[in-house]
Design a protein around this ligand. Structure first.
Ligand code: NAD
Length: 252
């Protein structure tokens, strides 16, 4: 019987966590939340300056990493691991109708949003399996469940993340490893601000109108879900996809 006491809720004392794309937006909120919950956090991001600044502020450490480069990923995990918790959060978006995209666009979107998740998971799994404990949390997107006008390849990559999460949950339950996905709706981050800069107020209104709660989400609201899934209280949850999207797609 796992030791899941109701209190203290959501503590991560003694856990080592790797958060990809942790320098900004949702990842940064996860870094702050995990560090405040007692975890030792490593931020892995292309944005080395942002990662270093946040590491100083949150009492974490930082490594410059391109998550789409499998060799770099394995080297970083060998140097900074082992990890009890992996949050695959790094991602990029692109706003263009599919017919206007190129094969290079597809390759980049799939490398950063999907292949990175495979690479990071592959790198951390052996130590988690040996330890008999692990928490893998993959930040997908509601676009995976609903499709995305102007984000077809992104949505396809995120759909791959959801099905990969379920397979990893199936293969690794016997090692005490859980794997879950979070699907954010529109969250106020640099990624979304960039999209709004390109698509204007009309896009912003269209995004909030897809939610029942009629507002953007905050990065901390996604971080709260990640903290829960990483905690001992979520020990009996695996293979799930948790929407943090203000009720997106419920026809409001
Ligand atoms: N913001 C939203 O509305 C929203 C909605 C659904 C899903 N998501 C997902 O949430 C995650 C975080 O998004 P965000 O909005 O915080 O984005 P963001 O652009 O604000 O931050 C993403 C971070 O990932 C890093 N990154 C990008 N490419 C990288 C690479 N190749 N290697 C390492 N780091 C890299 C960036 O430097 C940045 O620090 C992404 O996976 C995104 O797809 C976001």
């Amino acid at each position: 019987m796992p030791a899941a006491s109701p209190l203290p809720f959501g503590r991560l004392d003694g856990r080592r966590a790797l958060v990809t794309g942790g320098a900004n937006g949702i990842g940064a909120a996860i870094v702050r939340g995990f560090a405040a919950a007692g975890a030792t956090v490593v931020i892995a991001d292309l944005d080395a300056m942002g990662a270093a600044a946040l590491a100083r502020e949150a009492g974490a450490s930082a490594v410059r990493l391109d998550v789409s480069d499998t060799g770099q990923v394995h080297e970083a995990v060998a140097t900074h691991g082992p990890f009890d918790i992996l949050v695959n959060n790094a991602g990029i978006d692109q706003h263009a109708f599919f017919s206007d995209t190129t094969e290079q666009d597809w390759a980049k979107l799939i490398a950063v949003n999907l292949v990175s998740v495979l690479a990071c998971t592959h790198a951390v799994l052996p130590a988690m399996q040996a330890a008999g404990f692990g928490r893998i949390i993959n930040i997908a997107s509601e676009a995976a469940r609903l499709g995305s006008k102007g984000g077809a390849v992104y949505a396809a990559a995120k759909g791959g993340v959801i099905s990969f999460t379920k397979s990893i949950a199936r293969e690794n339950a016997r090692y005490g490893i859980t794997a879950n996905a979070i699907t954010p709706g529109p969250i106020r981050t640099p990624m979304l601000e960039q999209a709004v800069a390109e698509g204007g107020d009309k896009l912003l209104r269209a995004m909030t109108d897809t939610t029942l709660l009629r507002r953007l989400g905050e990065p901390e609201e996604v971080a709260a879900a990640a903290l829960f899934l990483a905690s001992d209280q979520a020990a009996y949850i695996t293979g799930e996809t948790l929407g943090v999207s203000g009720g997106m797609g419920l026809g409001g």
